[in-house]
Design a protein. Structure first.
Length: 137
């Protein structure tokens, strides 16, 4: 692909993104914010582990899973901008898994915040599913 083709592809993607409905833009932004929250709490977990004398393997696993969740949220958030059904369904699955995992363990303030955030985002996606009607590439 030469430079001109690359510029045309970037221009087409930018034009496609500018035509995205507001609901898609909001859902995408919320996924990216959700990813930032998971990164923040992953960092906090690592700091807590470094301050404690005994960082158990389970604490490390939880911190790694927080960062993995953030990566998936970033990927899905970016993909939602393409308005493709596969990213829409993947977003619903990611949110459903997060909601289920949030209520299956100890429940605190962080869990409540994440639960409400994920539930609102899930409801937004369901209510605006028509915005993700593009077929597979």
């Amino acid at each position: 692909m030469d430079n001109n083709d690359h510029n045309n592809a970037d221009s087409a993607q930018a034009q496609s993104m500018s035509k995205a409905p507001n609901s898609v833009i909001v859902a995408r932004a919320l996924f990216l914010l959700n990813a930032a929250i998971w990164v923040l709490f992953g960092v906090v977990s690592l700091i807590r582990m470094s301050n404690s004398a005994a960082g158990s393997a389970s604490m490390w696993i939880v911190a790694i899973l927080m960062f993995a969740n953030a990566c998936v949220m970033l990927w899905v958030g970016g993909g939602l901008g393409k308005q493709q059904r596969r990213f829409y369904y993947l977003a619903l699955v990611v949110l459903a898994v997060n909601i289920i995992l949030t209520v299956t363990d100890q429940f605190g303030l962080f869990d409540l915040i994440i639960l409400v955030f994920d539930a609102v985002l899930f409801a937004l996606l369901v209510a605006t599913r028509a915005g993700y009607s593009k077929g597979q590439p």
